[in-house]
Design a protein. Structure first.
Length: 281
C-alpha cells in the first residue's frame, strides 16, 4: 500500500514520523475521514472547509492549498487502484521544542492513507458512556487528533456488549456518538443536537439536513435528554464512512423504528452517487 507523507508517495512501511512530532506527543493536529466512491473523495469541498476551519483554530499553516491536497488524494487513490475506500487526511504541527509552546514548530506533518471500506451494519446498539464532553467548546466542532473521550467511551460501550457509545455533555444532554452524529425522528421531523451541545460538525450530518429540507421534511437542531430518545419515533447515526445507520437499542432498551430512516438512506445514497459523478468533485 502506498501512502502520502509530506509531498512523497511511499510504501506504508516507510511512512514514519519523528518521535518529536507534536501529533504523537500531544495530539496536536487534525484529521478528516473521507469516503471514496468511484475514485472520488465524496464531499471534498465540505471536508476541506471543516479542515481549514480547524487549521485556523489551531494556528496551523498547511504547505499546500486545498487544490493540491485534492490532487494528491486523487493520485494516491489511483496509485493504489482503490476506487472505493476510506481516505484519511492527517496533519500535525510537526516537530518542535519540548513543551506546550508552538514556537519553532513551523513544519507540519501532512499524511494521507487509504483503508478498506466496510459495509455498514443493519443497525447498532448504543451504550451511554459515563464520560462527559464539554458543551460550547469550539474544538468539538472539528476533528482534532486528540479523541481520548471518544476512545474511552467506545471502550466502555464495547465492554458492555454495545456497538457504539452515546456521549452526553456536561449539562446532561445528548451530544453525539463516539464516531457519529446522533439524529432522532419525532412527529415526522428529523432532529439532531446543535453543534454547541458538543457535537462534531459532521459532513454527513450537514448533507442529511440539506436533503431533508430539499424533500420538505421538517428539521430541527435542539437539545434532548437521553431519556427522551425512547419516546421518539426512531434514532439513527450518521458518519462519513457508513452513511446512515439505524439505532436498535440504547442501554439494552429497544427504541422505535421508522420507515423515514430507510427513505433518508435512499436519498443519501442517490446524493453520494451524484457527487461521485460530478465533474467538480
Amino acid at each position: 500500500m502506498q501512502t502520502f507523507l509530506n509531498g512523497r508517495f511511499i510504501p506504508e512501511a516507510e511512512a514514519v514520523v519523528p518521535i518529536t512530532d507534536r501529533g504523537f506527543l500531544y495530539g496536536d493536529g487534525l484529521f478528516e475521514t473521507i469516503r471514496v466512491q468511484n475514485s472520488t473523495p465524496l464531499w471534498w469541498s465540505r471536508h476541506l472547509a471543516r479542515f481549514q476551519r480547524g487549521t485556523e483554530l489551531l494556528r496551523l499553516k498547511l504547505p499546500w492549498p486545498g487544490t493540491e491536497l485534492h490532487r494528491f488524494a486523487r493520485e494516491l487513490i489511483a496509485t493504489n487502484a482503490l476506487p472505493d475506500c476510506i481516505l484519511r487526511l492527517t496533519v500535525s504541527r510537526g516537530s518542535g521544542a519540548r513543551g506546550y509552546s508552538i514556537q519553532g514548530a513551523a513544519s507540519p506533518t501532512v499524511a494521507m492513507t487509504l483503508h478498506p471500506l466496510r459495509p455498514p451494519p443493519p443497525s447498532v446498539r448504543l451504550a451511554t458512556a459515563t464520560i462527559r464532553v464539554p458543551a460550547h467548546d469550539p474544538l468539538s466542532a472539528i476533528k482534532t487528533a486528540n479523541k481520548l473521550p471518544q476512545i474511552l467511551a467506545r471502550a466502555e460501550a464495547e465492554e458492555r456488549g454495545a456497538d457504539e457509545a452515546l456521549l452526553l455533555n456536561v449539562e446532561g444532554d445528548v451530544a453525539e456518538a463516539a464516531s457519529s452524529n446522533v439524529f432522532w425522528i419525532r412527529n415526522g421531523a428529523v432532529c439532531t443536537p446543535p453543534v454547541s451541545a458538543g457535537a462534531l460538525a459532521g459532513v454527513t450530518r450537514e448533507v442529511v439536513l440539506e436533503l431533508c429540507r430539499a424533500h420538505e421534511v421538517t428539521t430541527a437542531e435542539e437539545s434532548i435528554a437521553r431519556s427522551a430518545l425512547f419516546s421518539t419515533d426512531a434514532v439513527f447515526l450518521t458518519n462519513g464512512s457508513q452513511g446512515i445507520v439505524p439505532v436498535a437499542e440504547i442501554d439494552a432498551q429497544r427504541v422505535k423504528s421508522s420507515p423515514l430512516v430507510a427513505q433518508l438512506q435512499e436519498w443519501l445514497s442517490a446524493a453520494e452517487m451524484a457527487e461521485s459523478q460530478s465533474p467538480s468533485a
